[in-house]
Write a protein that binds this ligand. Structure first.
Ligand SMILES: [Zn+2]
Length: 326
């Protein structure tokens, strides 16, 4: 049996192994869950396809005895590279089907397929300088290099399931349009994916061709999740969440404060990039700028749809402004 760093596998609840899979992102780890259900295992989320992450799974598999036949299913919460990247690797390692909600599968194969489209015009329209827009667009190609999706067979849809073994399968929008959360009512455990995290506020971004009002969808989801009887939240990044309703209230408050902050600065027209520059005053990496702009847009669109802001195009750029000042 391999020696394995004790921090790699922890046991937050009986029969649930939490696996720290290294990811080359500021969050450092993706936490996968290996869940024993009867005599078999369900694996939830995988990590990016990097040599370090592959090695982690090989060691963990030896250590926990995850042979083909022992792992019966892999579920992926959403299409982001740090969750789905190792899908092909896992399918081969355990000879197992990989499952997601159908809409997330479609998005994954679109985004990481060969004909994904450039986001440079989108960033430029929202005020990002041309050279920076080109760089931000590059990030999607970097992400692509850490994703290998299975082709024979492809990832399989969970539809029309709403339950699986002891779990309720929830579809929750906001972070992506159809994120899968597993709820285990008998044990009052919610696997929160990236929908609720312990320290950072999950990224809620506006992108072309996605949910046109992701922040509104997200806030609705939080309201619903707050009502669930949950003893512990097990997220895909950062620490476990002992007080889920309390954490949800904090995240809601953050979004209220940010909305007010944005509103206060929009007496004069601003592009989304100009707003983001005033919101994010600490130094950001290019990778972080990509999300700073798309998160700001989620807030701006939320406020515009509630008639608090107006939006106008001028010389091929979009400008937001407080409705009362126009
Ligand atoms: Zn993630």
């Amino acid at each position: 049996m391999d020696n394995i760093d004790p921090d790699v596998i922890t046991l937050p609840a009986e029969g649930i192994f939490r696996i720290a899979v290294p990811v080359p992102l500021p969050l450092k780890y993706l936490y996968s869950y290996v869940i024993s259900v009867g005599s078999q295992y369900l694996v939830l989320d995988l990590g990016m396809d990097t040599p370090q992450a592959r090695q982690t799974w090989i060691s963990v598999s030896h250590h926990l005895g995850l042979h083909p036949g022992k792992v019966t299913s892999v579920f992926i919460t959403h299409f982001h590279p740090d969750h789905v990247g190792l899908a092909q690797f896992a399918a081969e390692l355990w000879d197992v089907p990989i499952f997601m909600w159908e809409e997330e599968i479609r998005t994954a194969y679109n985004v990481f397929g060969d004909d994904s489209r450039s986001l440079k015009p989108f960033f430029e329209f929202h005020g990002v300088p041309s050279d920076m827009a080109a760089y931000l667009d590059q990030e999607q190609f970097l992400a692509k290099s850490a994703v290998r999706l299975p082709t024979h067979p492809r990832i399989q849809p969970l539809e029309p399931l709403t339950t699986w073994g002891p779990f309720e399968l929830l579809t929750q929008p906001g972070h992506t349009d159809h994120q899968l959360l597993l709820y285990w009512p008998d044990r009052r455990i919610l696997f929160t994916g990236d929908q609720i995290l312990a320290r950072i506020t999950p990224n809620i971004s506006f992108w072309p061709d996605s949910d046109p009002d992701p922040l509104s969808s997200y806030l609705h989801s939080l309201q619903l999740l707050k009502q669930l009887p949950v003893g512990v939240g097990l997220p895909a990044h950062e620490a476990i969440i002992p007080d889920l309703p309390g954490r949800i209230s904090e995240i809601m408050r953050h979004h209220d404060e940010r909305a007010q902050h944005i509103l206060d600065m929009l007496d004069t027209p601003h592009t989304a990039f100009a707003v983001a520059k005033r919101l994010f005053t600490r130094p950001l990496t290019q990778f972080q700028w990509r999300f700073a702009v798309s998160e700001t847009l989620a807030h701006l669109e939320y406020l515009r749809r509630r008639q608090v802001l107006t939006f106008n195009e001028h010389h091929d750029k979009g400008y937001y402004r407080a409705a009362k000042s126009s």
